[in-house]
Design a protein around this ligand. Structure first.
Ligand code: SF4
Length: 405
């Protein structure tokens, strides 16, 4: 998968290279619109597979929010604002739902004060089951949250225990009830496959509980363990990729049979409502993505950058206005990013394939894509799996790496 290899190379360079002088957000062209990702890196404890830059110290939250507001104010003062319209917002973590609703409302108010948010835009909140109740969720909804992505991962208590998750299946079901009580109708759950000790039968049981639950959307991820994490110390068994493919195929078939439509390599909807942040960020032509917070990546106007560094450094100096760590994308890398976006969204139009030589033929010959009308290609289930697997491993590893710098 050439575009994925180019993207991996790109992220690798970003961590190493000193930033080029022309890397300044005020010179970016984001006329196609922006998505906004806000990184809220606080968790109650660290899961055994997690290598993200996060804090379990709630005493840092207020300092972090103040730093976030400083970063936002300085970014908003740049010439690319306020002409750019924000089309979707994603509050990601960490565990954003760990914060009190008033703090989440404060973040959204700051975004509204400094950026031009499209009326009625989708605002997604990442949540974990143990940190939500109906009252908090209703307050989040009143503040503008319109969609929640709940980190269920599994409905199997033994799997959850092995992952070091704080919740159990009963807690996930209670959280789903609370979401319904709060009137939040667009509910996504994350499910993971390839978990330690998880059989195909276990995954089938998880999927059966997911489709029976009041959820409109499922995001499906392979367990990607990072070196340095508790689970990352175990070497993957030989044949793991093949085993993961079989689990992915099982999950895709099951979700489709239950009325879910797959629209990215990881995402399935049965209400027709998609994750706007994912689609706005990755569906070509690519919009800009503005990442705010200690570890968020931004991609806009031919540049890829991040604040980077340890969380404590961000608290003192969020480095927003000047030259950041990052890279200017070459023409080839920009085309690779577009092609990757098309791969992630499962459909390659002729314009995405121009200039890639034998790549389209190779994708078809390998059974990763098939021809559809209008000279387009559509990814086969195997192609979707490979895009999902490589991207999940690559982005998790690189995000953890750049956040440490
Ligand atoms: S996996 Fe998610 S919930 Fe667990 S520690 Fe990492 S960011 Fe927090």
């Amino acid at each position: 998968m050439l575009p994925l290899l180019i993207a991996r190379d790109l992220l690798g360079r970003m961590g190493r290279a000193s930033p080029p002088a022309e890397l300044r957000p005020d010179r970016l062209d984001a006329s196609a619109g922006l998505t906004v990702y806000v990184h809220l890196p606080f968790c109650a404890s660290r899961c055994r597979y997690c290598g993200f830059n996060l804090s379990t110290d709630p005493r840092l939250v207020q300092r972090y929010l103040a730093a976030l507001e400083r970063e936002l104010a300085q970014r908003a003062a740049l010439p690319w604002q306020p002409a750019v319209e924000v089309t979707s917002v994603y509050l990601g973590g960490g565990t954003p739902s760990l914060l009190p609703a008033a703090d989440l409302a404060r973040v959204l108010a700051a975004l509204r004060a400094h950026l031009t948010l499209r009326p009625g835009l989708q605002i997604t909140l990442e949540a974990n089951p143990e940190s939500v109740d109906a009252e908090k969720l209703a307050a989040c909804r009143a503040a503008g949250v319109s969609r929640v992505s709940l980190g269920v991962q599994s409905f199997d208590d033994a799997c959850l225990e092995r992952l070091g998750r704080r919740h159990r299946a009963a807690g996930a079901l209670r959280a789903l009830d609370a979401l319904a009580e709060a009137g939040l109708r667009e509910v996504s759950i994350d499910l993971m496959y390839g978990l330690p000790g998880q059989s195909a039968r276990d995954l089938e049981r998880d999927l059966a509980r997911a489709v029976a639950a009041p959820v409109t959307h499922v995001s499906l991820f392979p367990l990607a363990t990072l070196p340095g994490t508790t689970l990352g110390r175990h070497r993957p068994r030989a044949g793991r990729t093949r085993a993961l493919w079989q689990l992915y195929a099982l999950a895709s078939r099951t979700l489709e049979a239950a009325g879910f439509e797959q629209y990215t390599s990881e995402d399935f909807t049965r209400s027709g409502v998609r994750c706007d942040y994912q689609m706005d960020t990755w569906r070509p032509p690519l919009r800009g993505c503005l990442g705010l917070g200690a570890g968020a990546l931004s991609l806009a106007g031919g540049f890829l950058w991040h604040n980077g560094g340890p969380l404590e450094a961000y608290l003192d100096a969020p480095r927003p206005a000047g030259v950041l760590r990052g890279v200017r994308l070459s023409a080839l890398q920009q085309r690779a990013a577009e092609l990757y976006g098309a791969l992630k969204c499962l459909r390659l139009e002729p314009r995405h394939l121009e200039g890639w030589g034998p790549v389209p033929l190779a994708l078809r010959a390998a059974g990763l894509a098939r021809a559809v009308p209008d000279r387009a290609l559509e990814l086969t289930p195997r192609g979707r799996f490979l895009v999902s697997l490589y991207w999940t491993r690559m982005i998790l590893g690189k995000l953890a790496a750049v956040q440490e710098r």
